[in-house]
Write a protein that binds this ligand. Structure first.
Ligand code: SAH
Length: 342
């Protein structure tokens, strides 16, 4: 619930409005899981809440830390028994949480583990928030705090638009988790209607678009969504995002051997993005057990790709694969646990 909605609810229970603040404080700052824990509320109100309200909670079934401690993967179970994963990524002072928005995903990107599942369910806003609350709790116990959130886990966030935007709004609120500024990034495979909606939204979040190819031909092979919205549409959307919001879209570009890693790709990538205010984030492909034969390019190929971009004065960052040993790297979520269950 948004604070305004909670206000109404509290008032409808015959309670004074200031109870809203107390409840929000219990939920977000103190991490209460039951109304019974909210000891500064009257007994009567606690009983009313226990009867009338539900605190959405995911059951944490597993947590695995990478050997280096740079990545921690959390496995959560929904009341339906379905499972989603979240990942904490530690990078110096930065603590980024990668959240899931759906169980599975309908977009069927050929190289992605989640894509194999098809869409199983949309997460509720509360289930998105609870991933963050539980990871935050873990981080707090180690004397730190979560600094960034990326919607880059399982699912296509813009296809679960309302619940995702509700969750992001709550994260940003001072009474909620207070993640201000541009600490939140939504990543999309290129669902254009969702991008336009997000641009028009009064919500100050960053946008990442998974470009992943420099020709529509290859992109369509890898990402069926490209049949509907092509590279040119995404470049135009990035321009529009910059014009309207004043900051740059990040283009994610997964480097896959023989598909997206040629010298010509590097040159085309430079060409395509030349006049687009954007950032480029290169992601060397993360192989997983049943990855349909996609391969991470060899080190020398990667270096050559980077060299060409540098020569062409393209700015870019490379995403390191933190947590490969626990299958927590990009696109690896889900598959291993399924195998284990089988
Ligand atoms: N559906 C959203 C967010 C989830 S995927 C999107 O497509 O952006 C997050 C990122 O991981 C995307 O850029 C995607 O291209 C990338 N990705 C998926 N599988 C991968 C893999 N096996 N190795 C490297 N990156 C992968």
């Amino acid at each position: 619930m948004f604070p305004g909605e909670l206000d109404e609810f509290v008032v409808s229970l015959g309670q004074p409005r200031y109870r809203t603040r107390q409840i929000l404080d219990w939920l977000y700052a103190k991490g209460a899981r039951e109304p019974g824990e909210m000891t500064n509320l009257s007994k009567a109100l606690r009983a009313q809440l226990a009867e009338r309200a539900r605190i959405t909670a995911l059951h944490q079934v597993d947590r695995r830390e990478s050997a280096t401690g740079e990545a921690v993967k959390f496995l959560f179970e929904l009341p339906t028994g379905q499972r989603v994963e979240s990942v904490l990524i530690v990078d110096g002072e930065r603590r980024t949480v990668c959240l899931s928005s759906q169980v599975g995903c309908p977009l069927d990107c050929k190289f992605c583990a989640t894509g194999r599942m098809g869409l199983i369910a949309n997460l509720e806003a509360g289930q998105i928030i609870d991933q963050l609350l539980q990871v935050s709790q873990f981080v707090r116990e180690r004397g730190a705090r979560v600094t960034n959130v990326v919607m880059m886990g399982m699912g296509e966030p813009l296809l679960n638009y309302d619940e995702v935007v509700r969750a992001l709004t709550l994260m940003r609120l001072e009474e909620g988790l207070g993640l201000g500024g541009r600490k939140i990034t939504v990543s999309t495979a290129g669902y254009l209607p969702g991008i336009h909606k997000l641009i028009a939204e009064d919500l100050n979040v960053g946008l990442a678009i998974s470009l992943n190819s420099t020709t529509d031909e290859i992109r369509e092979q890898l990402m069926p969504i490209n049949r509907k919205w092509q590279i040119a549409d995404l470049l135009a959307a990035a321009r529009e995002f910059f014009d309207r919001r004043g900051y740059r879209v990040t283009f994610e570009y997964v480097l896959m051997a023989g598909l997206t890693d040629a010298d010509a790709d590097a040159r085309r990538l430079a060409e395509l993005t030349r006049d687009v205010p954007c950032k480029i984030n290169l992601i060397p492909y993360n192989e997983f057990a049943a990855d349909a034969g996609f391969r991470r390019p060899a080190r020398r190929r990667l270096e050559q790709f980077y060299r060409i971009l540098r020569t062409l004065e393209v700015e870019f960052t490379v995403r390191e694969s933190r947590g490969r040993d626990i299958d927590a790297a990009c696109g690896q979520l889900y598959h291993r646990q399924q195998e284990a269950r089988q």
